[in-house]
Design a protein around this ligand. Structure first.
Ligand code: GDD
Ligand code: MG
Length: 343
């Protein structure tokens, strides 16, 4: 079986970080999102096709330098073709039932059970289903007691909501799906292909439980880290720092240095080569790498890109996203939910 990963979106909601790194290479728990996703695929998947467009060269470079033990084929769209167009564009690399996955999804989904369910259902496609309270940011799905899908509506307005079960972004598809997608056109599978197939009863849903996050917004990116840190991939308390408080769960990369009386955690992930000076507190945050964080800072619910210098006594509100290579001068105040590093 083959897997197709959709990784060609512009990642607009993760700007400014995605001005310099494609979303699929942003790290989750210090591992590029797409690599993490590939590592969760069943062993029987011997070929992974990545449908890419924006910053495709970065992906090519990444997989040239990192052998992940499976054949990876990167298929470029000159212009992003949308989720449906991207799937059609990889047709010649797929010769059997395949898994298609949104590249920004992190979940506990068991692909093998889903594939077994799909085979028994006899549909053209099976869509993973996850239940949420507010489904307006997602695609919603109506289905019957046999899990046959009857309706699919992408990003419904609040008054249009007919289901709290959303498209979790993983599909198992038969090659027959290609017959329903025109080539070389910008097509959204969620808006143009799934709704008519749903009304014809050709799609089924596969519910799963455990955890699920679409890491494509800053809030969800932090939430993905919280979920995974809670799963225990965290650092032992015996980390060799003196006069430093590490409050688990925390993940700290290689070659980090933390100054006296600083406090890291809970729910904090530091990438490689991060220097934190004294009297600084970092909670619920992700710092990507090669960054200096000065004295007496209190960072809470922020994401900081690669190669930044945050000087002393910076007041940063929650929800702030700092792009790569930014310098924040001593005493700067950054308001809640703002971004630094526009292009
Ligand atoms: N190759 C390619 N080309 N990939 C694309 C393109 C494109 O033109 N556009 C988007 N993608 C990729 C993105 O990189 C991402 O991995 C995936 O397709 C989904 O796009 P998003 O932009 O993240 O969509 P979304 O999060 O708003 O909504 C989608 O995901 C939700 C679940 O996470 C939809 O599939 C919803 O129905 C779903 O509920
Ligand atoms: Mg998304």
């Amino acid at each position: 079986m083959q897997a197709v990963i959709l990784a060609g979106g512009l990642g607009t909601r993760m700007r400014p970080l995605t001005y310099t790194t494609p979303k699929s290479l942003l790290p989750i728990m210090n591992e590029p999102m797409v690599e993490r996703l590939i590592n969760t695929l069943p062993k029987e998947i011997d070929r992974v096709v990545i449908a890419a467009s924006y910053m495709v060269d970065r992906l090519r470079e990444h997989f040239k330098e990192n052998d992940i033990g499976r054949k990876v084929v990167i298929v470029e769209e000159k212009e992003p073709l949308g989720t449906g167009g991207a799937i059609k564009n990889v047709q010649k690399h797929v010769d059997d039932t395949f898994i298609a996955i949104n590249g920004d999804v992190i979940s506990s989904l068991d692909y093998t059970s889903m594939r077994d369910f799909h085979k028994d259902s006899g549909g053209i496609g099976t869509i993973s289903l996850w239940e949420v309270k507010d489904p307006t940011r997602y695609g919603i799905i109506g289905f019957d007691s046999q899990l046959k899908i009857s309706r699919f509506l992408e990003k419904p307005a609040p008054k249009e909501v007919f289901s709290n079960w959303i498209n979790a972004g993983v599909y198992i598809l038969e090659p027959e799906i290609f017959n329903f997608i025109e080539p070389d056109k910008i097509i959204s599978i969620e808006k143009e292909i799934f709704p008519p197939l749903a009304s014809e009863g050709k799609l089924f849903g596969f519910k799963f439980y455990g955890f699920w996050v679409d890491a494509g917004t800053p809030e969800a990116y932090l939430s993905a880290h919280r979920t995974l840190l809670d799963k225990g991939v965290s650092l032992a308390l015996s980390y060799p720092y003196e006069n430093v408080r590490i409050v688990p769960p925390v993940l700290i990369g290689d070659e980090c240095w933390i100054g006296e009386n600083s406090e890291i955690g809970p729910y904090t992930c530091l990438g490689n080569s991060i220097e934190v000076l004294s009297e600084t507190k970092i909670t619920n945050s992700v710092v990507l790498g090669n960054t200096l964080i000065g004295r007496s800072n209190h960072l809470k619910e922020v994401i900081i890109g690669y190669g930044c210098t945050i000087e002393d006594e910076v007041t940063m509100g929650s929800g702030v996203v700092v792009g790569d290579n930014q310098i924040l001068k001593k005493g700067t105040t950054v308001p809640d939910n703002s971004t630094m590093g526009e292009m």
